[in-house]
Ligand binder design. Sequence first.
Ligand SMILES: [Zn+2]
Length: 324
Amino acid sequence: MLAIEALQPGLVKQFAAIIAADRLGQAYVFNGLSGTGKGALAQWIALRLFCQNVQAGHPCGECAECQRILSHNHPDVVVLATEARSLKVDDVRELKAELSKSGVEGQTRVFVIEEAEKMTPGAANSLLKFYEEPVPGAVIILTTAAKNQLLPTILSRAQIINFPTPPRVQVQAQLEAAGVSARLAAITVQLTADLAAGQALAADEQFQERITRVLKLAGQLAQKDATAFIAVQASLMPVAKALPEQTQVLALLALVYEDALNQHFHVAGPAAFATEPVVAQLAASGATALSTSLSAILQAQVQLRQNVTFQSDVEQLVLKLLAV
Ligand SMILES: [Zn+2]
């Protein structure tokens, strides 16, 4: 089975039915976070259209046609992707040349532009002719994580397919399959459901350091150790200089308390830190203390967004948490 069939079974089923009924459209926009399988589904459609050995509506992935597509060597499957910041007119020229080839009547051809939001208005406009006069047999698929950045003229002429974000357990399994430790995968997946972003986060040593320091702070708080106040400046500030990092520190602290509250009530929850000893210590502090603490953390998160400085925000929070 191809990976996309496990990642987006609903969309694969939908397109299998559309192609079986010979109702594939001329233009699609695949919209969704990175890691949701947009490019892989576009490739699956190409495989399904060209495979010589389709079984129960699914391409085999092994025949000569499938192999050519999988190795990016199929002349009728053109994928445009760039590492650069933008896709310019010159970049789509080849694609346009292919599109304007008359070819055999109704010849099947698949064109994919990845990260289509990178297209300059000039590049997008140069494709508009195709949208206005579709070429029989040709399908053009734009993939994007930001469909609102595409030209309205492109969007209005395409069918927009929104890719659901996969459930966290699935992303967690994928992170582990990619070599991320089970512990780190369980934490990471609470902060992002995007596989690529999760992998980057898990590989970031600063992120791991933040986790260590947040857990240490939680330990001090669990023991009502007043040095927790000093730890804000001495321990947290150096690893949380910018707002995204500061937001992450508070999110991690919230996860610790959420896990403690869930453990107190013996219910399943995010379980990012469930096996950490500090969670058990906090869980013993009781439901009232835990829910008061969680609302204080929530308030600190709101205040951080309202431009309160991180240091004074977390210092106030620590005083509240020590007093609970
Ligand atoms: Zn095949």
